[in-house]
Design a protein. Structure first.
Length: 246
């Protein structure tokens, strides 16, 4: 039974990583689409306040930590409900942001700097591999704070570390000249809205209750239709256990 439990836990984490991967693929497609097909000219949102932040290429490492932390966060969520709600808030943040990219595209001019060290070459690669617009709100900031707010809701001490990290992400976007100050501020506002709607709010409770009923119904169908056939009992047990996890 211990081996089965270990396999179940491994499959659970793989399922979570798979879901995060699917969201990333969906995001990549929509992100690139709105970057190309936006309906207005790019806005320049640069202010005098933006110029107060120094240009620090080394902050790029904190900036790219976003991609690692988002993935490993699936291991810190102890329940399926917490995972489902945080994933819903991430999807909400993305879906609420795309129309802003589409109708109000902003473009931060790429800073001029010499790419003569590993760090500056890496930073230049980050600029070259990204689209020139889609800056407001900053998805790095909004998704970092969406994750931080969600983690803090379920694990307060760990959540405080996440908030410090998310604040660092916001600062890094300004200090490598990827985003305007208003991008970071609006990203935090977007994250707050998604958190209140999908994680802490009761408005979406019927949605998650329905989702739970669907999972349990699928578990019932699998258990009753496949155990009588030539399918590994351990495999059936694995699927059913994952679907019934709270």
């Amino acid at each position: 039974m211990d081996n089965v439990n270990k396999i179940t836990l491994t499959a659970l984490y793989l399922k979570r990583i798979f879901i995060v991967g699917l969201i990333y693929l969906m995001h990549t497609a929509l992100y690139n689409y709105v970057s190309i097909h936006h309906v207005n000219d790019n806005f320049n949102l640069l202010t005098d306040l933006d110029k107060l932040f120094p240009f620090v290429p080394e902050m790029v490492y904190l900036y790219v930590s976003f991609y690692i932390v988002i993935v490993i966060s699936v291991f810190f969520l102890r329940t399926e409900e917490s995972f489902d709600r945080i994933i819903a808030s991430i999807l909400g943040t993305l879906l609420f942001t795309y129309p802003l990219f589409y109708f109000f595209p902003a473009n931060y001019p790429v800073p001029l700097f010499e790419a003569n060290t590993f760090t500056t070459k890496f930073l230049k690669w980050c600029f070259d591999s990204d689209v020139p617009n889609n800056t407001c709100p900053s998805l790095h900031v909004s998704l970092s704070f969406t994750m931080a707010f969600g983690i803090k809701h379920y694990r307060k001490k760990l959540g405080m570390l996440y908030l410090i990290w998310a604040s660092g992400i916001a600062l890094s976007t300004l200090m490598i000249r990827k985003h305007f100050l208003i991008d970071s501020f609006s990203g935090i506002v977007m994250a707050t809205f998604s958190y209140n709607l999908f994680v802490s709010g009761k408005l979406t409770k019927p949605l998650f209750d329905t989702f739970e009923k669907i999972k349990h119904y699928l578990a019932y169908l699998i258990e009753n239709n496949f155990t009588v056939k030539r399918v590994s009992r351990n495999l059936v047990y694995l699927f059913v256990t994952i679907l019934r996890m709270k």
